[in-house]
Design a protein around this ligand. Structure first.
Ligand SMILES: Nc1ncnc2c1ncn2[C@@H]1O[C@H](COP(=O)(O)OP(=O)(O)OP(=O)(O)O)[C@@H](O)[C@H]1O
Length: 604
């Protein structure tokens, strides 16, 4: 059975109305700006608006998705040089202009995809992304220097013929560009796809274990951000008719990072405003205080980071909210649960391939052999408990079953398919669900958003819409309802208790509709009643839906009540594999647990 969790939908429409009002107000300001401002201010702001748009792209990358890039300057320069080079060497026909925009967009997005592919390779730390983008800036600057008369080398290109537009028109064009980029960015980050970006920032590993190809998502996002930065760069070259290698410099790249940090990460509007204001003020200061203006900007940056580590945006937003009687977002209690009768977890045949088949599996860290010659199978309709003393290798075994890159030797097959060297997201796509030992959740998301992310592979998220319902399988809904999560759908996950997070992770794993479940101590931290309930749900999943569950538990009483079979692991080897009565009555198990009297008590 699949159930539908309905969420308050009026929130989205009121948000869209507010966005429309803000955009109209911003466009109004852009319209009247040249009438109120002096020529110098208009000149600076035309440039600042373009920088503001680039800051928005970096905020989506860094603030929302956790990708700290210093390379937006390089993409900005690529767009600028595409314009500069075409206008210098070819001319300014409409075809030339289209060619320049096209080349800028294509080169920037392809290079973005390439750098993303290199930077987001698995096993690579987040720091590598920042280093890779710094290197990108250096490489682009060196290429521009090496271009000789073609790129103008260190002097760049200037004085090329460009669009003959008045300052008010440029002001309207670049201002509207900023408003459009910010509005589209807002729609994106407030859509289900935006929630997916935040889930990657919060806990990429968890997202991957839901079968989400986070590397590909980040590459696509990085390439799109590169393209928009290039478009802004093209606008810059077209307006100023000057391009220089400094545009690609990591100094400019770092300035964009500072704008975002000052404006407030993951606020979108904050970085846009900060970029415009700082560039505008800097232009004035650099004229009147040529030797110390950079120092002043640095001091302000440090002061803001110390006083408001989250930047100016969130503080300003709080101030505005406290002054204006804005309607608050509908509370979680407004969410309704309804059930649609539709079979989702299909009953599995007992005659197919084994749900889990592990053959001669080994895992060693250097000379330390943690797992040795592990072989067993588990069928659909079996609840196999994996027990053993601390350090026996239970978690390592689950890791090797759910991630093809983990094991040192042997083979693992899920539902008849060998996982080979598949990474967790592709193992998950074979029908595998994994719950981690400690609650592994998305702290900054709400309970409802977390459940939606767990379903993202099955119900792909929209790039601009936020769904007002979540389809959940019956088992996930049962966990949500029985553990009180249903009343906390709009609450942030970080506000949940340890037990609440445990229950949420289990509900998320079940929401992804796995056919093979790997559960590492799923009831740790739950109350006795909740444990009973979870036990009942697991038994039901196995009995009615013929799922296969491999469960690690230290509470052997719990194990005895729900298991159809028990595997005992000791010092990285399987020492016993049998039904509950055989294992409980085993002298060998008593000996293994000799140091743990409580466990023996529970087994007997
Ligand atoms: N990345 C690693 N590098 C080195 N040794 C590791 C690594 N991961 C696990 N080990 C070692 O492997 C052994 C088994 O660890 P594992 O966590 O699988 O045991 P466990 O049976 O799950 O224990 P527990 O019940 O306490 O969770 C331990 O001795 C541990 O120190």
């Amino acid at each position: 059975m699949r159930s539908t969790v309905s969420l308050p939908s009026e929130t989205r429409s009121s948000e869209l109305i507010r966005l429309g009002c803000v955009c109209l107000a911003a466009l109004g300001l852009v319209g009247i700006g040249p009438l109120c401002l002096g020529e110098y201010s208009v000149d600076i702001l035309i440039r600042s608006f373009l920088f503001g748009a680039v800051a928005v792209t970096l905020d989506i990358l860094w603030g929302y998705t956790g990708i700290l890039s210093f390379g937006q300057s390089a993409f900005f320069a690529i767009g600028a040089y595409a314009g500069g080079l075409i206008f210098t060497h070819l001319g300014l026909t409409p075809l030339d202009a289209i060619l320049a925009v096209g080349i800028g967009l294509i080169v920037a997005s392809l290079l973005g995809a390439l750098v993303g592919w290199l930077a987001f390779g698995y096993g690579v730390s987040d720091l590598y992304v920042s280093v890779a983008t710094l290197v990108l800036c250096v490489v682009v600057v060196r290429i521009l220097y090496a271009g000789g008369t073609f790129t103008g080398s260190s002097s760049g290109l200037s004085g090329f013929t460009t669009f003959d537009l008045s300052m008010p028109v440029w002001f309207a064009l670049t201002g509207s560009f900023l408003v459009i980029v910010a509005a589209l960015g807002w729609l994106l980050v407030h859509s289900d796809a935006g929630t997916l970006f935040v889930s990657i920032r919060e806990n990429e590993q968890r997202a991957r274990y839901f079968g989400l190809a986070t590397g590909r998502i980040k590459i696509a996002l990085f390439a799109a951000a590169a393209a928009i930065a290039a478009l802004a760069g093209f606008g810059y070259a077209s307006y100023t008719d000057v391009v220089a290698p400094d545009l690609a410099n990591f100094k400019f790249g770092t300035a964009i990072v500072i704008w975002v940090a000052l404006g407030g990460r993951a606020t979108l509007l904050g970085p846009a405003i900060a970029a415009v204001l700082i560039d505008f003020i800097s232009a004035y200061l650099s004229g009147s205080l040529p030797f110390i203006w950079e120092l002043l900007v640095g001091v302000v940056f440090i002061a803001v980071i110390v006083v408001m580590p989250q930047g100016l945006g969130p503080g300003l937003a709080r101030g505005v909210r406290s002054m204006l009687p804005l309607r608050s977002v509908a509370p979680s209690s407004a969410a309704q649960l309804s059930i649609a009768s539709q079979p989702v977890i299909t009953a599995q045949s007992d005659h197919g391939p084994s749900a889990i088949a592990v053959t001669a599996l080994s895992r060693h860290y250097g000379s330390l052999r943690v797992l040795d010659d592990i072989s067993f199978t588990a069928q659909a309709g079996e609840l196999v408990s994996l027990v053993g003393p601390n350090g026996a290798g239970k978690t390592t075994l689950i890791r090797c079953i759910s991630d093809g890159t983990e094991r040192s030797g042997g083979d693992v097959a899920i539902l008849g398919c060998s996982i080979g060297r598949l990474t967790p997201e592709y193992c998950a796509r074979l029908g595998l669900g994994r719950k981690f030992q400690t609650p592994t959740v998305f702290e900054a998301l709400t309970v409802a958003q977390s459940l939606r992310i767990a379903r993202a592979r099955i119900d792909p998220p929209s790039l601009w819409r936020r769904a007002d319902t979540i389809n959940l399988p019956q088992a996930a809904l049962q966990v949500v309802q029985a553990t009180g999560l249903a009343e906390q759908l709009a609450n942030p996950v970080r506000s949940l208790s340890h037990g609440g997070k445990q229950a949420l992770e289990l509900a998320m794993v079940l929401a992804a509709e796995p056919r093979v479940l790997l559960l590492d101590e799923p009831t740790a931290g739950l109350t006795k009643a909740e444990r009973r309930l979870i036990g009942g749900i697991l038994v039901d999943l196995v009995a009615r839906h013929r799922l296969c569950i491999l469960l690690i538990e230290h509470d052997l009483d719990f194990v005895r009540q729900i298991s159809s079979r028990i595997i005992v692991l000791h010092q990285g080897r399987i020492v016993l594999d049998g039904d509950v009565a055989t294992v409980v009555g085993s002298e060998l198990v008593r000996t293994i647990y000799a140091g743990e009297p409580q466990a023996i008590g529970a087994m007997t």
